[in-house]
Design a protein around this ligand. Structure first.
Ligand code: DUC
Ligand code: ZN
Ligand code: ZN
Ligand code: ZN
Length: 483
């Protein structure tokens, strides 16, 4: 049976044109005027866009003494409901656990997925076993490795480990990712704040100022440069980090920054809400910033110095958040956003004129597929591409509410926000999974997307400058090392 998307306007990262799209066997088989098909989806007044890709989720992840509450069932239902048709989740070995062992756990969890998915592998400790298993992981189609520069005593890796792992990534043609915050300074600030009696959720933000993120981003960029490997900086939340990325890119370094929809639309005033639950529900790392930092992130998306928009979807219930009553360092870090990323970015990006519809497609889908090397299977409206498609109605509105969301938690950080621009239909590999806001679930429909090594290198100005620098010479009896 074929499915026909009729009378819509196709919007890709670089083109806008009117055409019908014919889908068969999970793929796009024809694009053109006046096509015929069996099942017809009316796209009159709508944009036909590549489904969103969220490059950063944590579904059912063991973290801070609990598990994040959305699993591959509720998480991918949330994704589809908001027009996202692929998620990239993090396989997270506990310290001393092998990478392949952790991967088995993620393979098991992901059998419930309603849409396609891929994995990044986290490097949470370093050993010969980890070094060796990285090659196996790459052979399994996981070609991106995440490193936490924060969470001291738990997930954090030190600079020697970071450098060793980055060099290994370079050998394998893989891309390292970093959670860039200086974990030593965060630990120090947290201890001091607690000792001074600052135990509430607002202290979480004080313990992670923009400088800790800027410092770590700069450090990771320099270490990646020395290892000759590209770098992907997750959840870029502030100007200090954005500045480092911008500068690196201007020097020819292959570095990408990933702001989250939460940091683009919510700010630090959330933490001064007198309601403990309200503030704690918004505790995530990095924390929400002020308006100046938000402006910087939007400018980065507009100018291209920041490349993609993600969610870091890591949802905890209010009950879980309350583990941290009396000690902010025990509040599980994380917020949701999978269902709302696309409508919120459309409303605050396209709706305000900051982004064009084509730029919206680029940062929510196409750029991600290119960086993670699954383009044009994903991220494209093209004959032969997977039929991961969102038929987007720019006039459709709703008020975001936990009472109508797919996510399993009891609140939504965007509660009460009005959005304009929502899916009329969402297709996952040709299967119509959302019709006018109603999700038609099919657990297990989602397939793993294996990715080849990207193989790009980091050949920046700093590298060739060193190679051509003149050697010191002795002149008129003055030693070259003198003065
Ligand atoms: N930050 C969060 O807020 N949650 C999950 C992990 C992370 O880095
Ligand atoms: Zn992180
Ligand atoms: Zn994360
Ligand atoms: Zn199927």
């Amino acid at each position: 049976m074929t499915t026909l998307i009729k009378n819509g306007t196709i919007v890709t990262a670089d083109l806008t044109y009117k055409a019908d799209v014919l889908v068969d066997g999970g793929k796009i088989v024809e694009i053109g005027p006046d096509l015929k098909g069996d099942e017809v989806l009316d796209a009159t007044g709508c944009y036909v866009m590549p489904g969103g890709i969220d490059p950063h989720t944590h579904l059912e992840m063991p973290f801070m003494g609990t598990y994040s509450s959305d699993n591959f069932d509720s998480g991918t239902r949330a994704a589809l409901s908001g027009g996202t048709t692929m998620v990239v989740d993090f396989a997270l070995p506990s310290p001393e656990q092998g990478l392949l062992d952790a991967l088995k756990m993620w393979d098991n969890k992901s059998t419930r997925a309603h849409c396609d998915y891929s994995f990044h592998m986290a490097i949470t400790w370093w050993s010969e076993q980890v070094f060796n298993e990285m090659e196996e992981v790459v052979k399994r189609g996981i070609t991106t490795f995440k490193h936490f520069m924060a969470y001291k005593g738990a997930l954090m890796v030190n600079d020697d480990e970071l450098y060793a792992s980055f060099q290994r990534c370079a050998e394998l043609g893989a891309i390292p990712l970093v959670h860039a915050e200086n974990g030593d300074v965060v630990a120090e600030l947290s201890a001091r704040l607690l000792a001074e009696g600052n135990t509430g959720p607002e202290a979480h933000a004080y313990s992670r100022p923009p400088q800790v993120e800027g410092e770590a981003t700069n450090r990771a960029i320099m270490i990646a440069d020395m290892a000759g490997v590209p770098l992907y900086v997750v959840h870029t939340s502030c100007e200090e980090s954005h500045e480092a990325i911008r500068r690196a890119r201007m020097q020819g370094k292959r570095v990408w920054g990933e702001p989250l929809i939460q940091h683009l639309t919510l700010d630090e005033s959330e933490y001064s809400n007198p309601d403990w639950d309200h503030a704690a529900r918004r505790v995530m790392s990095p924390p929400f910033r002020n308006k100046q930092h938000q402006d910087s992130l939007w400018a980065g998306l507009q100018s291209g110095s920041l490349s993609v928009v993600a969610t870091d979807h890591c949802a905890f219930t209010t009950e879980q958040k309350r583990f941290g009553v009396g000690d902010f360092t025990k509040i599980p870090n994380g917020t949701g956003g999978l269902e709302d990323r696309m409508p919120m970015l459309w409303t605050h990006g396209v709706g305000t004129g900051r982004l064009t519809p084509n730029e919206f497609v680029a940062v929510t889908s196409t750029n991600i597929a290119k960086i993670l090397n699954c383009y044009p299977k994903k991220g494209a409206i093209m004959v032969g591409a997977d039929a991961d498609i969102v038929v987007w109605d720019p006039e459709k509105t709703k008020t975001i509410s936990a009472s109508t969301q797919q996510s399993a938690i009891d609140y939504n950080v965007f509660e009460g926000k009005e959005v304009k621009g929502l899916p009329r239909y969402t297709l996952t590999r040709g299967r119509v999974a959302v019709v006018d806001g109603e999700v038609k679930p099919k657990e297990g429909h989602g397939e793993f997307v294996a990715r080849e090594p990207n193989g790009t290198v980091n050949k920046a100005l700093s590298t060739w400058k060193e190679l051509t620098a003149p050697r010191p010479v002795e002149r008129s009896g003055i030693p070259a090392s003198g003065v």
